[in-house]
Design a protein around this ligand. Structure first.
Ligand code: AMP
Length: 146
């Protein structure tokens, strides 16, 4: 196996995210690779449905800001500089595929399950990322705290 050169780690900002980040740090260090962090903010309109016209821009901006702040904290903890802390808006699996392609990463790391896939062996995002990925994908087994 050749060494990974560029690793993208996708984090969902739940309390399990550090488990994924720890593994990403180990791999980054052992492969002497570059590490990029990404969090995808889902458009609030998706969850809300949009039956009543409402301006959700402010809420979206707040989510975006909170994500950037959390990524900054993780960046400091895990030694990832600001240019490699990416917050984007969209569907997580699509955005992760797009970034993996744009940034030419050779490994994507996700957690085995998070908020959406708690009862599943493999969460929906991990599953979605795995399907259609053109590079290796590592699903870090999340250990439930309960
Ligand atoms: P889930 O699909 O919620 O079970 O999440 C499984 C894993 O997918 C998480 O541990 C993260 O690595 C990744 N993931 C889920 N949602 C996001 C998101 N919004 N942004 C980036 N990564 C995510």
């Amino acid at each position: 196996m050749s060494a990974y050169k560029k690793i993208l780690v996708a984090i969902d900002l739940t309390e399990e995210a550090p488990q994924v980040l720890e593994k990403a740090r180990l791999l980054r260090d052992s492969h002497n690779a570059d590490l990029v962090l990404v969090h995808v903010v889902e458009p609030v309109g998706y969850a809300y449905g949009g039956d009543i016209p409402m301006d959700l821009t402010e809420l979206q901006d707040q989510l975006d800001k909170a994500a950037r702040e959390q990524l900054k904290t993780y960046g400091q903890q895990y030694g990832v500089g600001e240019p490699d802390q990416i917050v984007t808006v969209g569907r997580p699996e699509s955005e992760i595929h797009r970034l993996a392609d744009d940034l030419k990463v050779d490994l994507v790391i996700v957690g085995s399950h998070g908020r959406k896939g708690f009862q599943l062996l493999l969460g929906s995002t991990a599953n979605g990322v795995l399907h259609g990925s053109v590079c290796d994908v590592l699903a870090v087994r999340i250990k439930d705290s309960t």
